[in-house]
Write a protein that binds this ligand. Structure first.
Ligand code: FCB
Length: 464
């Protein structure tokens, strides 16, 4: 038990780490609607592509669904109290589009808006700053039946929805994220079918990505029109630093390709107003249906970039140039440690990523909007759950953030994924990412040692 074995050393180490962050740095934790809320059929919520996907046999491990999840919908008081116990300064959550607009557009469900209104007020009353994500993958099913993100009209529906939510919460919420990881929505959802809606068509991924980006771009001015001047609007991308395993020319080429696919596909249109040159050729696919003005909308100026990062990618070049999404990775990396997701633990990857993104794109400021690790935690009925590997992971990745800041990166905050154990998409409840353990049969919450560790770090930070 790293926390109690040598409390003095431990607290000293946390103080030293905490001191490396500037006074205004924000510390938080993140969640997403479908992963924690449950109550999927209550108070007028419509169904989403994740309800449909999870209810399709064989799609989610163990047949798990988000129907109850962490029952957060009924436990806002308890869960926000947990945030207070952890000492969080900020909480990132997402809004379920089908709670607000059960059919995706048109009729508004007042009970949906009321739920998030209460959540925001509760957070503010407890001194926690809300970061709202508008789309964390739960597209209303009705819109999917009309083509989902393959249909350009979904981008317009998203902008309408974004405006509705901003009008209601914009007087109190200052931090807005349009989309979470559109790379995953497009590629995992439409390209290879491991996420909802479960299509396996690589060209569809390219087209869906464009409409996701367009939805983002159309939403930004609609949101700003209802936000006070101090409010900030950004987007969250999943990004990975790419390294070459050797010095060969093929490896250098494949590093570039992997970088286009993992990072440039979304960063370039947002920050440069163009897809990476020859990207579609490198994917051996057609460009998406781009209309005049789309890239101007997509590259609307943002106040910050949210970065989600879990691992790096180590590339070994192959002789004949492969499609950009079929690059050969070194797996497993010799002597490396992996999380329960099979993701390599490589904290320098986050540092290098932040430095490079900050250097290569005009991001203004950055937040790490997700970072964390799944491990097979076990609760023995006691007061806490021992998770020393997660403590080590967080300490190492947070140290990497400190190093990035010391190298001049304008990093303004860090959010642990996740506040509580939750529905890990196609892995169901089998993977646990929380600072807080959820005993699903009883919905009992137990703060893990990593939660206490994070609380100690934040406490040290506040004491300066
Ligand atoms: C990210 C997702 C988040 C969570 C983590 C582990 O890709 O944004 O919802 O599942 O991975």
């Amino acid at each position: 038990m790293s926390i109690t074995s040598n409390p003095h050393m431990q607290i000293q180490a946390e103080t030293d780490l905490a001191r490396r962050f500037p006074a205004h740095f924000l510390w938080g934790a993140a969640t997403a609607s479908y992963q924690i809320e449950g109550a999927t059929r209550e108070d007028g919520r419509g169904s989403s592509i994740w309800d449909d996907f999870a209810n399709t046999p064989g799609k989610v491990y163990g047949g798990d669904t988000g129907e109850v999840a962490a029952d957060h919908y009924h436990r806002v008081e308890e869960d926000t109290d947990l945030m207070v116990r952890l000492g969080l300064g900020a909480y990132r959550f997402s809004i379920a589009w089908p709670r607000i607009l059960p059919e995706g557009r048109g009729r508004i469900n007042p009970a949906g808006l009321d739920f998030y209104d209460r959540l925001v007020d509760t957070l503010l009353a407890k001194g926690i700053e809300p970061f709202v994500t508008l789309y964390h993958w739960d597209l209303p099913s009705k819109l999917e039946r009309e083509g989902g993100w393959l249909n350009r009209a979904t981008a317009y529906a998203f902008a309408d929805y974004a405006e509705i939510v901003t009008r209601r919460l914009g007087d109190r919420v200052a931090n807005w994220i349009t989309l979470n990881e559109p790379w995953c929505s497009a590629y995992l959802g439409y390209g290879i079918g491991v996420h909802a809606p479960g299509l396996s068509n690589r060209q569809a991924a390219i087209d869906a990505a464009h409409h996701l980006l367009l939805g983002h771009g159309l939403a930004v001015p609609r949101m700003r029109a209802h936000l006070p001047p101090g409010a900030q609007v950004g987007i969250t991308l999943v990004l990975n630093q790419i390294y070459g395993a050797d010095e060969r020319a093929e490896t250098a080429r494949d590093v570039e390709l992997a970088n286009e696919f993992s990072n440039g596909w979304f960063l370039d249109p947002i920050y440069r107003g163009a897809y990476p040159e020859r990207f579609f050729e490198h994917m051996a696919l057609n460009p998406p249906p781009i209309q005049e003005g789309d890239l101007d909308s997509i590259s609307a100026p943002l106040d910050f970039l949210g970065v989600n990062n879990y691992f790096r990618i180590l590339v070994r070049g192959v002789r004949t140039q492969p499609p950009a999404d079929s690059i050969e990775g070194v797996v497993p990396v010799p002597n490396a440690c992996y999380t329960d997701m099979g993701w390599e633990i490589y904290p320098n990857g986050l540092r290098d990523l932040l430095v490079n993104v900050g250097r290569n794109y005009p991001v203004g400021k950055l937040y790490v909007t997700e970072n964390g690790a799944a491990f097979p935690d076990v609760w023995d009925g006691g007061d806490t759950v021992s998770d020393p590997l997660r403590v080590d992971y967080l300490r190492a990745y947070i140290t990497a953030c400190a190093e990035a800041i010391e190298q001049g990166v304008p990093l303004r905050g860090y959010f642990v994924w996740s506040l509580v154990d939750n529905f890990e998409w196609s892995e169901g409840f089998a993977k646990r990412f929380g600072l807080v353990y959820i005993d699903y049969p009883t919905q009992c919450r137990v703060i893990k040692e990593s939660g206490y560790w994070y609380a100690a770090l934040l406490d040290a930070f506040r004491k300066g």
